[in-house]
Design a protein. Structure first.
Length: 136
């Protein structure tokens, strides 16, 4: 609570202001029903959220990797769909190069144990190596 008062004092001293409607709180806990508390800042109660973006990664209240891996997988599948639609007429070497350049970097985005295998499994391999609608 002192930290919020310190922030208020800092904004008054520096003649700046925070927008409390854009601020939120997130409680990190593995409990099924975590303890919550209301925080007031500049006369407004801060709203609670279950996940927040931080440095390009979506953190959730249980610190699981499910949402970031799902987001990365969705991006990789969208990119793969783009490649399928636009490079269907190109030679195999071009397709392989495009795949290595645009899809493979998504694999290295999550280095937590166990997430790499899950990410690779979730990327649409049918479009890349399948027999009917083969990308390559």
């Amino acid at each position: 609570m002192d930290t919020l008062q310190d922030l208020k004092a800092w904004q008054d001293t520096c003649k700046m202001s925070f927008n409390p409607s854009k601020c939120s709180t997130m409680f990190i806990s593995k409990k099924r029903v975590p303890l919550t508390r209301d925080y007031n800042f500049c006369g407004q109660t801060l709203h609670h959220s279950s996940s927040q973006p931080y440095l390009g990664v979506q953190l959730d209240s249980k610190l699981s990797w499910r949402e970031p891996v799902d987001n990365t997988t969705a991006k990789a599948n969208r990119t793969l769909g783009f490649l399928r639609r636009n490079l269907w007429f190109c030679p195999k070497e071009i397709k392989t190069s495009a795949y290595s350049t645009l899809i493979r970097p998504y694999w290295s985005m999550h280095l937590a144990p166990g997430t790499h295998a899950r990410l690779v499994r979730k990327i649409d391999w049918k479009g890349f190596k399948g027999k009917q609608h083969a990308f390559v």
